[in-house]
Design a protein around this ligand. Structure first.
Ligand code: FAD
Length: 434
């Protein structure tokens, strides 16, 4: 039996109830689209760790009327500070109060499940038809019973559903992505350990309770920031796995964690015992693709552009995707007809596809090069440190292209930041010796 037979036809189906799928459901429902969302898990949820969200995301949350709630649940840090993990010295900082004045919206950190729950509640409030426990297994473009173009999705239990458009927000291992490209996730050989703990656990450590601090070291980095109004403290330890480089299947395991940070500064060493050791996240991205739309089926979020997390833009880009699509639907001012939403989906999807893949391509490739920069050793590390130490705190050259208002058309997309000037740095004598 078709699921659709039981409940009538939605205008849009979204597959995946992560931050990307749920926020796209909010974006479209706000624009009068009847949305049904399917999640394969039996309950909606997110990992209990932290998430950084930049002004290009908080601007959208403000537009959705969610920013005040999100601010009350999260933390607005005073600064983002980069330090050398080897000696603990400060390399550069962003003043996040000034950053908010510059971009109009805050840079903040929040517990993932708090953000996810806030968006889920908004989707419920708006009347999104939310379904759990159904995994999409196949997609096809087809003419709907009403005679208008659309797409059908089939689920693992044999049921199916159809709508004018199907948005696949099914994450890194997206089934729908196979419609567009026969690719696989690309392993970085890096693995992330997380640990969000009560703030009391780190009070005796040398930590900042008001800043996001990133320690960058050879083949590793360590991130710290407060969560939940300062009640919790989030840490992320990331390193390159020797086992992965040797081609071993069982890589990134806890026995590699402590060795990877051997020789790093005390602040990092103090944090390591607090990392969760029963779960870890191998870090994959995918090569960028230039189109995410296949007829009436479109990719969104990590399904379209999974990044390495060095720019802290994965969830942010997913939220931007939904907002852009919603804006292009709204721009048409379409009126509902007897056969459906009245939206010219081909036009809306083409506008979405004209702007988002190129932007996200830049973020995905910049995240890769940012990771290389963070993990340098030897003379290149000293060159990087010199450039970062000489950077003016209030120089936004490296953030303007990303934290400004999300582009709706290719013409609004700012130029990418200039190449990081590593090669041109002559490392000073006193620094180059060690
Ligand atoms: C260590 C780490 C730190 C990060 N830090 C940040 C950060 O600070 N800031 C930031 O912006 N991003 C960050 N990211 C990236 C961010 O977590 C992701 O980019 C983001 O969560 C992607 O959201 P999504 O909804 O697209 O995909 P997902 O969160 O993967 O959600 C996909 C959903 O689809 C469901 N699903 C999958 N397949 C099916 C199917 N066949 N049928 C139905 N449902 C299905 C899944 O169960 C899941 O609920 C980080 C990532 C990592 C690993």
């Amino acid at each position: 039996m078709s699921t659709n037979d039981r409940v009538g036809t939605p205008d849009a189906i979204i597959i995946g109830g992560g931050i990307g799928g749920l926020s796209a459901a909010v974006a479209l429902t706000r624009r009068g689209i009847r949305v049904r969302l399917y999640e394969k898990a039996h309950e909606f949820g997110e990992v209990g760790a932290g998430l950084q969200i930049a002004p290009n995301c908080t601007r959208i949350l403000h537009e959705y009327g969610l920013l005040e709630e999100v601010k009350s649940l999260g933390v607005l840090p005073e600064a983002m500070v980069m330090k050398d993990a080897t000696d603990g010295s400060e390399l550069t900082r962003l003043d996040l109060d000034d950053l908010e004045r510059t971009y109009g919206f805050p840079y903040m950190v929040i517990h993932r499940s708090d953000l996810h729950r806030t968006i889920l509640r908004e989707a419920e409030r708006l009347g999104v038809d939310l379904r759990t426990g159904l995994a999409a297994t196949a997609y096809e473009n087809r003419t709907l019973a009403t005679g208008v173009p659309g797409a059908r999705v089939t689920f693992a239990d044999g049921t199916s559903d159809e709508a004018e458009v199907v948005i696949a927000a099914d994450g890194l291992h997206s089934v729908a992505r196979r419609l567009l490209v026969d690719d696989e996730p690309v392993s970085s050989a890096y693995v992330a350990y997380r640990g969000a703990v009560p703030i009391e656990s780190v009070r005796s450590h040398d930590v900042s309770e008001t800043e996001v601090v990133v320690y960058v070291g050879p083949r590793c980095h360590f991130v710290q920031y407060p969560l939940r109004g300062g009640e919790m403290f989030n840490q992320v330890a990331v390193f390159e796995s020797d086992k992965a480089l040797r081609g071993e299947e069982d890589w990134g395991t806890p026995d590699e964690l402590d060795d990877a940070f051997d020789g790093m500064c005390d602040q990092v060493q103090q944090g390591l015992p607090l990392m969760w050791r029963d779960k870890w996240w191998r870090m994959f991205d995918r090569d960028p693709i230039e189109t995410w739309v296949h007829g009436r089926i479109a990719l969104l979020g990590d399904a379209a552009h999974p990044p390495l997390q060095y720019m802290a833009q994965g969830a942010v880009m997913a939220i931007e995707d939904g907002w852009v699509l919603g804006e292009h639907v709204a721009a048409q001012g379409a009126a509902r007809t007897a056969t459906g939403s009245g939206v010219d989906w081909d036009a809306a999807l083409a506008a979405y596809d004209a702007v988002r893949p190129e932007h996200c391509h830049r973020v995905v490739t910049t995240a890769r090069s940012w990771g290389e920069l963070w993990h340098l050793d030897g003379v290149p590390r000293r060159q990087r440190n010199q450039v970062l130490r000489e950077r003016d705190t209030y120089d936004y050259t490296y953030t303007d292209w990303i934290y400004g208002r999300t582009a709706l058309t290719p013409g609004q997309e700012p130029p990418p930041y200039p190449t990081f000037p590593l090669a041109s740095v002559a490392v000073r004598e006193e620094l180059s010796g060690v």
